[in-house]
Design a protein around this ligand. Structure first.
Ligand code: IVH
Length: 699
């Protein structure tokens, strides 16, 4: 069946005659047909239907949505841009990763950040740290590579490690110079934000509407859609702009502060945001936030916060990064936008660890330029404490990219309505197993484990997600379909899909090419970074940062598993070695042990090990004498904070542990070192004072 097959009954019913159930089915049918033809047109460049036929489908979809606004979904094709991400652009590995920023939501968070910076740098709490303050532009970040002053590449952020090569399109943007006014640097990578002004966004949408083309939901989407065009001439016709604000790889540095770097960028020919300012300390930075915030509505482009950057580059260097964000910068976000709407229903979703999460289905409402039709209700107690009921008029809030949430109920609006308190289920809505809430925990969980289809599907989705196996073409919908047809029941099955190649190519909406592409994408992941594999397993509490920690520490899945199994005995050395890993506490360790002790997991892992080859993380500095060594810091260090010492040791490839054991290689003692130093003596572990440690690191 082709995706636009009209033989199903609802397709021929006039919009005015549709019942709500019909409309629901019809929207589903049209949405998947639109998606399919969009992909054919934009991604594969192989349209199967005429533009007029496509427009007719889109129009029918829009008029059904207009007649049944309660059925508008967040992922509705009328709200999203046609050009879905594709692999039409070449991949490009960033020479220096593109980081993201951690967030501050109020002044207190910003002051905490300032204190953290000083603690890390071992500076007195009342020291003034100078910050460069800039608006956070709501566009898309891009990295521009210049060699000897000539633009050679423009690359999107992608996952921060690898982006897409959009050089040809970048060259059409007037704010991006083809040549710098200085060709002395062998390499200069400049990073910044591509965006579209509000005025240009409205003009573009008018034009699109008049020619029956897609309209964009907001300037950010318009900028993204305009940049990701196959034909650079289309990008050229769109008014894209660029602000430069950061550096990637640089073959040499001639400045030592961020504000001087911004001036340098200007002298090279870039545009710097006019609200960038150097402030003397965090209080002055917060005042500048107020200034920018007051101007926000009058700016001709969208901003969603203010960025504070430690101005001194040597401090930035020392502060380094944690996970994917620099320690030297933070985004102070503007307060969330709020709106009132009605709750149409409460759905209970089952996550990959079995957690039941209540989600409010809302009468669609626009909040800060985005249509919201779902909001989280957090957990059982949240609904109970606020007495949230189906039918209630509620206040919702949407902050940046965070899931919208229901904040409060207008109980006065409830007067005449016959509503009842919401009965939270005590059985899993997916598999019917009892859903249990352990004493003292906020979350109720399904006990069905892998026999629960919802848990299983969520685990599979997590396994292929961007930060795990990142398999292009294996989205949520396809996973569900393949699971339904019994081709996909556990991660290892993904790597056996080839046996169904012929059958898959016959499926509606698929073709030999897309099946081939999918199988190729899968094959490319047979070799996988160990940390991605660990993260992909979806162990409770194990995020990306902890996965990296475990990968570095154990170097192989076998080693991690063996330790986890031995650690079932909490008096064992294995248990001790697990909780000795810096940042792993009892509760995380127990989740690791629980995961690897489960016999289903063990079997699934054994099958997975037959089809994938994990690559351990490269030791960061294998020639350092401390690489691979286990180090414990104790007492007060003088030249740097404990946090900086740890970060530096890890950067050199050492493992930092929290307590001393026979496996410890070095104990570094500062002033007033206590029991750990004594234990090291007893065990005969090498003890170093701060200076000898620094000497060892430098040798
Ligand atoms: S600095 C290492 N400055 O915000 C820090 N980022 O959540 C690199 N952004 O991916 C980023 N305006 O796309 C920086 N003035 C600004 C920014 C900015 C917008 C974006 C950027 C980044 C995201 C981080």
């Amino acid at each position: 069946m082709r995706k636009d097959d009209t033989s199903t009954t609802t397709a021929n019913i006039a919009v005015a005659d549709l019942t709500e159930a019909d409309a629901h089915r019809e929207l589903d049918r049209l949405a998947s047909a639109i998606h399919y033809h969009n992909q054919k047109y934009h991604r594969d460049d192989a349209p199967e239907i005429s533009d007029a036929e496509f427009d007719a489908m889109m129009k029918r979809h829009i008029s059904i949505e207009a007649a049944f606004p309660q059925l508008v979904r967040l992922d509705s094709p009328s709200l999203t841009v046609g050009a879905t991400p594709s692999s039409q652009f070449g991949k490009y590995r960033h020479h220096v990763p593109m980081l993201s920023l951690s967030n501050a939501f109020d002044d207190a968070d910003a002051r905490d950040f300032d204190q953290r910076v000083k603690r890390f740098l071992n500076l007195p709490a009342d020291t003034d740290i100078a910050y460069s303050v800039e608006p956070k532009i709501d566009g898309l970040s891009i990295s521009l590579r210049y060699e000897h002053g000539v633009l050679v590449a423009g690359v999107t952020r992608g996952d921060g490690i690898e982006g897409e090569d959009v050089t040809a399109n970048i060259r059409t943007i007037a704010d991006i110079p083809e040549r710098l006014n200085d060709s002395s640097l062998a390499v200069a990578e400049i990073r910044g934000e591509i965006f579209m002004s509000k005025a240009d966004f409205f003009t573009l949408n008018d034009k699109q509407q008049n020619s029956n083309a897609k309209v964009f939901a907001n300037p950010r989407n318009a900028a993204a859609g305009s940049l990701r065009q196959k034909d650079p001439a289309v990008t050229a016709a769109r008014a894209l702009r660029f602000f430069a604000y950061a550096a990637g790889e640089m073959s040499a540095w001639t400045v030592n502060s961020h504000h001087d770097y911004l001036s340098l960028l200007q002298s090279w020919g870039f545009t710097i945001n006019p609200y960038s300012a150097l402030t003397e300390n965090i209080e002055a930075a917060l005042r500048h936030y107020q200034t920018i915030s007051a101007e926000r509505a009058d700016l001709d482009y969208d901003i969603d916060g203010v960025v504070y950057k430690v101005d001194q580059l040597d401090y930035q260097q020392r502060l380094g990064q944690v996970s994917r964000s620099p320690r030297w910068a933070i985004a102070h976000k503007f307060p969330a936008e709020k709106a009132m709407t009605h709750i149409l229903g409460i759905d209970i979703q089952v996550g990959r660890t079995g957690a039941l999460t209540p989600v409010a289905r809302l009468q669609p409402v626009t909040v800060g330029g985005v249509v919201v039709s779902n909001a989280t209700l957090h957990n059982e107690d949240y609904i109970k404490d606020k007495d949230i009921r189906i039918g209630d008029l509620v206040q919702i809030q949407r902050a940046g990219d965070v899931i919208p949430q229901v904040l409060a109920v207008d109980k006065n609006a409830r007067k005449d309505a016959k509503t009842a308190s919401f009965q939270y289920p005590d059985h899993c809505p997916s598999c019917g197993s009892p859903a249990i809430r352990p004493e003292g925990e906020a979350v109720r969980r399904c006990t069905g484990q892998l026999s629960c289809p919802a848990q299983l599907l969520e685990r599979l989705k997590h396994f292929v997600s961007r930060d795990a196996f990142d398999i292009e073409g294996l989205g949520a919908k396809i996973i569900e379909e393949l699971h339904q047809d019994n081709m996909l029941n556990e991660p290892a099955d993904i790597f056996h899909l080839k046996q169904y190649q012929a059958a898959l190519s016959e499926r509606s909406g698929w073709g030999a090419t897309s099946v081939n592409n999918l199988l190729m994408a899968i094959d490319q992941r047979r070799e996988i970074a160990l940390e991605r594999l660990i993260y992909g397993l979806g162990i409770r509490q194990i995020g990306q940062a902890t996965s990296m920690l475990l990968a570095r520490h154990f170097g192989s899945l076998e080693q991690l598993m063996a330790t986890a199994l031995a650690a079932r005995d909490e008096t064992s050395e294995a248990w001790q070695s697990l909780i000795d890993i810096d940042q792993i506490g009892d509760s995380v360790a127990r989740d690791i042990v629980r995961f690897f002790s489960d016999s289903h997991n063990q079997e699934a892992l054994a099958r997975l090990r037959d089809v994938v080859h994990p690559i351990p993380p490269a030791t960061i500095a294998s020639d350092s004498p401390v690489a691979g060594k286990t180090v414990v810091f104790t007492g007060t260090l003088i030249s740097m904070s404990r946090a900086e010492a740890k970060a530096k040791a890890e950067l050199l490839g050492a493992k930092v542990a929290g307590s001393v054991s026979a496996k410890t290689d070095y104990v570094v003692i500062g002033a007033d070192a206590g029991s750990k130093a004594r234990k090291a003596e007893t065990l005969g572990v090498t003890i170093l004072d701060e200076d000898s440690w620094i000497g060892l690191c430098q040798s």
